[in-house]
Design a binder for this molecule. Structure first.
Ligand code: A2P
Length: 268
């Protein structure tokens, strides 16, 4: 063997590897991507899995990500923030179609319809990337079969940050699978808090003040008919829980379904 002899590089084989199929950048802080789905993976819309990349030390660098695609989709979709010095997202934001990612096929989470008691109205309350699990639930026929009305409140600082959710919500009435079910059931209430737009304000404030009910022309929260799913920052989750509890709703879990459920949105 001479110095010129090419030496086969030891390419580490990723455990639980999947392949990225498409990437869409929405802002310099937000992007979505799709990847192949392990054949064995079954999940309930709204659940999350651990995904990531191989770290510099050769160990998997994994974070919890809500699956944004519905359970019937043959691929998986994820919606992510880009944090410049975030251990995972500083690298994940550069993935391209064809790249491998690691995906542990063990879905879990409480943001599932099974963790709610039957009801008439379902509120989906999200800040920032917290819209991801609702992107899954909104495309699942079960959501529309189980509720008479679905109200999506999504709040971001700036209008461009609403684009992923808005595009998805606006496409629902034309969806061949659920379009007809959605028709008269969907109410969408996007707001910004820092950039002026048609509708503004925090979800907590718009609920507590009664503004959202007045704007949509619907009755206030009633624990006998209203169910809520919450996904946002820790501060938002804590504050919206107070608003929901004040209206008489109590928190549910897989083991004890009740009127609302909460999950923290991915932030790193
Ligand atoms: P605000 O601009 O008034 O802080 P972030 O990017 O910080 O995660 O925030 C996403 C959105 O969630 C922003 O519109 C922000 O509003 C809102 N938000 C942040 N904290 C809370 C909270 N405790 N209650 C309600 N909304 C919140």
């Amino acid at each position: 063997m001479t110095d010129q002899t090419p030496v086969a590089k030891a390419t580490p084989t990723l455990p639980d590897a999947q392949t990225v199929t498409s990437v869409t950048h929405y802002t310099d802080r937000l992007f979505a991507f799709r990847c192949t789905r392990p054949q064995s993976l079954r999940f309930r819309s709204g659940e999350f899995v651990m995904i990531g990349l191989l770290g510099d030390n050769g160990k998997p660098l994994l974070r919890a990500y809500s699956i944004a695609s519905p359970s019937w989709d043959e691929e998986l979709e994820f919606y992510s923030i880009k944090v410049p010095d975030g251990p995972l997202t500083s690298r994940l934001q550069h993935i391209q179609p064809g790249d491998p990612i690691i995906l542990r096929p063990k879905p879990v989470g409480t943001l599932v319809i099974d963790a709610l008691l039957p009801g008439k109205r379902l509120w989906m309350l999200a800040t920032g990337t917290g819209i991801a699990p609702f992107a899954s639930l909104l495309r699942d026929p079960e959501t529309w079969e189980k509720f008479e009305q679905v109200i999506v409140m999504h709040t971001c600082r700036e209008a461009a940050e609403l684009t992923y959710g808005r595009t998805l919500v606006e496409a629902l009435p034309n969806d061949p699978l659920i379009g007809e079910l959605v028709a008269d059931k969907l109410l969408y209430y996007p707001t910004t808090t820092r950039e002026p737009s048609a509708q503004m304000g925090r979800i907590t404030d718009n609920m507590a003040s009664g503004k959202v009910f007045a704007d949509l022309g619907i009755p206030p929260l009633d624990p006998s008919i209203d169910r809520a799913m919450v996904c946002g920052s820790l501060a938002f989750n804590l504050d919206i829980k107070k608003v929901l509890e004040a209206a008489g709703l109590s928190e549910g879990a897989n083991s004890a379904p009740a009127e609302y459920v909460v999950e923290k949105a991915f932030v790193d």
